[in-house]
Design a protein around this ligand. Structure first.
Ligand SMILES: [Zn+2]
Length: 489
């Protein structure tokens, strides 16, 4: 038995541990979906996979609670696959190496997947425990939340009948989320004709930025962590404009909603400019370090090392200039805070993924805002600068925000229960990250919803950690909510 399985409450931790042993990166959730279906059948719940690939479980009321309203417990089954540079972990095949570090549970060199394995595990613990007091239950475990909320988008009207929905995908115990921002992928693409390289007077260098803090582009965008793509653009702008370097390829970031932690480019450097080029890299590293030391909490890792061989093709001069200029001018980070709530980010974006190689270039950015017009403004900025650079710009995967309902009976009940249990009021607020509630609400406009969860730090990074004492509070709170769900009207 792994020590994690013995933590309290055991039902939650045992199921959570089981989930960490099943590979479930976004886009590869078949195994975990099957596991959940088998689990529900074994525990006497009605279960099926809906057309969108979500697992639905239905369980009747505990005797004496048949006249209560139906409640939906909701979480997502996929997790963000992020690992450290040295890790050889394969997210599609390997179990996570999880361990206890003081009051925290973590995974060695990878994301922990407590976002949102904790929500799934809590729902499983309730399904398998016949002593929990609850009215009719519906459990909705969605797929691929992290890459585009696909499961929530695919959920059909009529699939669920619950009056209340408890989304267990928030990251701070003691907070109840009642609204969230909408989002939009901005996808810029182009093809170009590579030029032949005359290798005689050229050297080739790999420039690598790695080990940045990164983080969730919704929750942590206000922290100001360094974006590896932006640092690289600043360095290359200086190197290319002084003819010290020519771009061969660029690969930075790998998830729309993760602040890019690393970036690698390959450049050609004229032999005569080598020392100047290396001095520029070192100078940039020092500058970035000074700028970000306090925020990142550790030195910036930026280095140029000689490449193994000289490539025969590179990006043409005009194309590289256009691309670097556009990337440099593109907004990244917070654009505006909510005028009526100065603590809450209203509009932001994450310059997330850049791939330039072999005659193709793509730049993918995730914009978020609780104001549709500001989201449009930000998207238009990208359309303006990247179309000037010769790229086609498409807006994809747009989703609307979740409008807070300040008079929600569910939230009022949850707040009262929380106060009674823990002697203080929960913090009730909207958040900047996207939550599935907004999308589910499109087909279920009358469902009363709230989001909460145990405390996680640095989700979407290899240092993701779950605060052990918060899990018990979160779970006991959930049990108390279920017990107090009102009778059917
Ligand atoms: Zn999540």
């Amino acid at each position: 038995m792994n020590p994690i399985e013995e933590l309290t409450p055991q039902g939650v931790w045992r199921n959570f541990y089981a989930l960490t042993q099943i590979p479930r990166p976004s886009g590869h959730t078949e195994k975990v979906a099957q596991y959940l279906i088998d689990f529900a059948k074994k525990n006497g719940a009605e279960t099926y996979l809906d057309e969108a690939g979500n697992v639905v479980m239905k369980k009747g009321a505990t005797p004496g609670y048949e006249d209560r309203e139906t409640t939906v417990l909701q979480a997502h089954m996929d997790m963000v696959p992020q690992k450290t540079k040295k890790s050889t972990h394969n997210f599609e095949t390997d179990p996570l190496d999880v361990y206890i570090d003081g009051e925290w549970v973590k995974a060695r060199n990878t994301t922990l997947g407590a976002d949102d394995g904790m929500g799934v595990a809590a729902a499983m613990a309730i399904i398998e425990d016949d002593t929990v007091e609850h009215g009719p239950l519906e459990v909705l475990i969605t797929r691929d939340e992290e890459t585009g909320l696909y499961g929530a988008f695919g959920l059909k009207a009529g699939e669920l009948s619950g009056k209340y929905l408890l989304n267990m995908d928030s990251e701070t115990e003691g907070e109840i989320t009642i609204g969230c921002a909408g989002g939009q992928d901005i996808v810029c693409k182009m093809e170009y004709q590579e030029i032949n390289v005359e290798p005689d007077n050229m050297l080739c260098y790999d420039i690598v930025i790695k080990g940045l803090h990164g983080g969730h582009s919704g929750i942590e965008i206000n922290k100001g962590y360094a974006n590896a793509n932006k640092l690289m653009a600043r360095l290359l702008f200086a190197a290319v404009n002084t003819q010290m370097a020519w771009l061969v390829s660029w690969h930075g970031g790998n998830m729309r909603n993760a602040i890019p932690r690393g970036c690698e480019t390959k450049v050609l450097v004229p032999k005569a400019q080598e020392q100047e080029f290396l001095a520029l890299v070192e100078k940039s590293r020092k500058i970035f370090d000074e700028e970000y030391e306090e925020i990142e909490g550790k030195p910036i890792q930026l280095a140029a090392t000689p490449a193994e061989s000289i490539p025969t093709k590179a990006v043409p001069e005009d194309v590289q200039e256009n691309l670097i200029n556009a990337i440099l001018t593109a907004h990244d980070g917070v654009l505006r805070y909510t005028p009526s709530l100065p603590e809450l980010v209203e509009t932001s974006c994450n310059l997330a993924i850049i791939n330039i190689a072999d005659g193709k270039a793509e730049v993918i950015t995730l914009a978020r805002s609780s104001q549709d017009s500001m989201k449009q403004y930000l998207s238009n900025q990208y359309i303006a600068s990247f179309s000037m650079a010769g790229m086609s710009v498409k807006l994809e995967g747009g989703y609307s925000g979740w409008k807070p309902n300040p008079s929600s009976p569910l939230v009022a009940m949850m707040s009262n229960i929380y106060e009674r249990m823990f002697g203080q009021s929960p913090m009730v607020a909207a958040c900047h990250a996207g939550l599935e509630c907004g999308i589910i609400g499109v087909n279920y406009p009358d469902m009363d919803m709230a989001s909460y969860g145990p405390t996680l730090v640095s989700p979407h990074t290899p240092v993701e950690a779950c605060y052990i004492p918060s899990v018990e509070k979160f779970y006991n709170f959930t049990l108390e909510i279920l017990k107090n769900i009102p009778k059917k009207q």
